[in-house]
Design a protein. Structure first.
Length: 110
């Protein structure tokens, strides 16, 4: 399969002519701990001066991940739910926050 990039190239050329910048970032979904791949992504972000958005699952996050994020100025931490668990009733769209707020508060405090 061959992709036709003509429309994208033309649009980017218009942006360039008008002196516009294209916002761009990378996102790592479901981050919980350091990996070789995460280090590579962070190095790429720093090398190209592009932000890396880490969607972190707080309940599963290793404390070392916070230290790693602190050491990389291009990292932006995004809270990605709490535990990455489905609480939706059977047959409904998956949702971590399907419980009442009181149940969520109890789970977060545990």
């Amino acid at each position: 399969m061959r992709i036709d990039w003509t429309d994208l190239r033309e649009e980017l050329a218009k942006w360039r002519e008008e002196g516009l910048d294209l916002p761009l970032w990378w996102r790592d979904d479901d981050a919980t701990h350091e990996t070789v791949h995460l280090h590579r992504l962070l190095d790429l972000g720093a090398g190209f001066a592009l932000p890396v958005h880490l969607a972190v699952i707080p309940k599963l996050a290793d404390p070392g991940l916070a230290d790693l994020c602190h050491d990389h100025p291009y990292v932006r931490v995004l809270v990605h739910g709490w535990a990455h668990e489905n609480h939706a009733p059977h047959g409904r769209k998956k949702a971590e926050f399907g419980h009442p707020r009181s149940a969520l508060a109890e789970e977060a405090a545990a």
